[in-house]
Ligand binder design. Structure first.
Ligand SMILES: C[S@@+](CC[C@H](N)C(=O)[O-])C[C@H]1O[C@@H](n2cnc3c(N)ncnc32)[C@H](O)[C@@H]1O
Length: 223
């Protein structure tokens, strides 16, 4: 699925979020860089939007790594990052078995990825393994909205309009049809925060963005 939509993935994101994803990504990157990390890892880097944003907003000495298991995504990411070959590196790998040594990363940032992974306990354990004690994790992800009129409008938008826009933008007939189901299946913001706290992270906070359709979580790896 991600391999098939890779070439037009960014365009689809801009259209579907009405351009708001750039602002949300900016907030995630600022949070991830707040403690002046030297090594930042973007998990599920996709076409490298967020990885490049990290490199563009960090000190020149900061190294940004992007990990993804989709090679077509990573090829696009690498081609778009060829101006910063020393600062940005992409690695193929699984979020559950990150291809980096234990305690080697100062900050992890991840956007719109962990919703696609069923074992969230293992995801946070995997993040905790590669982070240094005191390192941070920043998670930007779509959030299920429960019930109520706004939630119903979003359900309509994700269920009917997004697959239509996704099909037009990517040319792939099934693109984004998975989205409503993956959002409904995903944990609400409070449960995600609790999961982080149970699996190696302290000082966990979150804020809702996009009228509650997206949540930005942050936590600090405990010693
Ligand atoms: C919806 S895209 C988000 C891409 C990028 N973070 C962004 O914000 O544009 C999800 C990405 O996560 C990757 N992905 C999903 N599960 C993964 C896993 N277990 N390990 C590594 N990458 C994964 C997919 O290949 C895809 O590129």
């Amino acid at each position: 699925m991600f391999d098939a939509i890779a070439p037009r993935y960014d365009r689809a994101n801009r259209l579907i979020s009405l351009g708001m994803d750039l602002r949300w990504r900016g907030k995630a990157v600022r949070l991830a860089l707040a403690n002046k990390p030297a090594v930042v890892l973007d998990v599920g880097a996709g076409t490298g939007d967020l990885t490049r944003m990290v490199a563009a907003n960090a000190e020149p000495s900061v190294r940004a790594y992007g990990v993804d298991f989709s090679l077509p995504m990573l090829r696009i990411a690498a081609a778009r990052s060829d101006r910063e070959p020393d600062r940005v590196r992409y690695l193929q790998g699984d979020a559950l078995h990150l291809p980096l040594p234990p305690a080697s990363v100062d900050a992890i940032v991840t956007a719109f990825t962990i919703r696609n992974i069923s074992d969230l306990t293992e995801v946070f354990r995997s993040f905790a393994r590669v982070l240094k004690p005191g390192g941070t994790v920043t998670v930007l992800e779509i959030s299920p909205m429960g019930n109520g009129p706004v939630a119903m409008l979003f359900r309509l938008y994700f269920g009917k309009i997004v697959p239509f826009i996704g099909r037009l933008a990517t040319g792939h007939p099934f693109a984004y049809r998975y989205l409503p189901e993956s959002v409904e299946r995903f944990r609400d913001a409070e449960t995600l925060a609790a999961l982080m706290a149970e699996n190696g992270f302290g000082a966990v906070t979150f804020r809702r963005l996009g009228m509650g359709s997206v949540a930005l979580h942050h936590g600090v790896r405990e010693d």
